[in-house]
Design a protein around this ligand. Sequence first.
Ligand code: C2E
Ligand code: MG
Ligand code: MG
Ligand code: MG
Length: 284
Amino acid sequence: QSKAAGRNTSTWFEAGMEQRVAARAALEADLRQALGEGQFELHYQPQCDLRRQMTGAEALLRWRHPQRGMVPPGEFIALTEETGIIIPLGSWVLRTACAQLARWADDARTAQLRMAVNVSAQQFHRPDFVEQVLAALAETGARADRLKLELTESLLLKDVEATIARMELLRTEGVGFSLDDFGTGYSSLSYLHRLPLEQLKIDRSFVWDADSGRHGKAIVHTIAGLGKALRIEVMAEGVETEAQLELIREGGCHLFQGYLYSRPLPPDALQAFIEQASLAAFPV
Ligand code: C2E
Ligand code: MG
Ligand code: MG
Ligand code: MG
């Protein structure tokens, strides 16, 4: 290997790096501007029980980019986390979702619906997170016991004791917690029972595996059994087909969300969906 070849390789590599750094910087600048200019939107994916009675919805972030059109969160959430933009953005998500929740509370028919909101580790571990959630509820008039915060396993692993204390504080106010993408992270059974969770959410990769006859079916069954033993409800995400629905039903899972029931909807379409939907009458 000659010195020249080594230099060439590194020059080539750096050119690629430079482009990536530039693209990232441009995206970061766009994201900062987006928040100021109101380019973010929340869409809501309806959730339901096995009888397809709607139980609530999950708020999902969308970015309406002036040139690129609708950008899904997978393309920008990680960068907002790395840059800290997730702090003001996450706070906007909470307030916007709570405002929607408060509107549901105005109507007896929709008052039981629950709102699930995704929370990043960076948000959750901020010292003022609890106040932020309580402020969003107070400002909007939403009911704490209809709000469900979706946390991930990696978030919970960081300083378990402090995390449990923080969750319990919000739990006292009535806020519920769901463990999102369950099974894809590093949850340990040794502390799972200590977390004040009201829901486990089976990651959609298992639901899809279940369909193709691999281990997913056994995993769905196991997670549903775990939920039953710990008295935590279990929701399956990403249910797209009747066959998948049948598998989660057989597995003992009672709640689901997925394209089979509804895609994530913008607020107007959500309203129309709710008007024709059959709603679960009691909190589940
Ligand atoms: P997640 O919390 O696991 O959300 C579920 C994802 O699965 C959503 O993708 C949803 O559109 C998609 N999904 C639901 N049902 C189906 C289905 O039947 N088929 C398929 N193919 N997909 C389905 P989305 O909206 O692209 O969000 C991706 C991830 O971005 C979320 O995964 C969540 O981790 C993150 N995210 C979204 N909104 C927020 C937010 O407001 N804050 C934070 N921190 N993260 C968010
Ligand atoms: Mg989620
Ligand atoms: Mg999920
Ligand atoms: Mg997921």
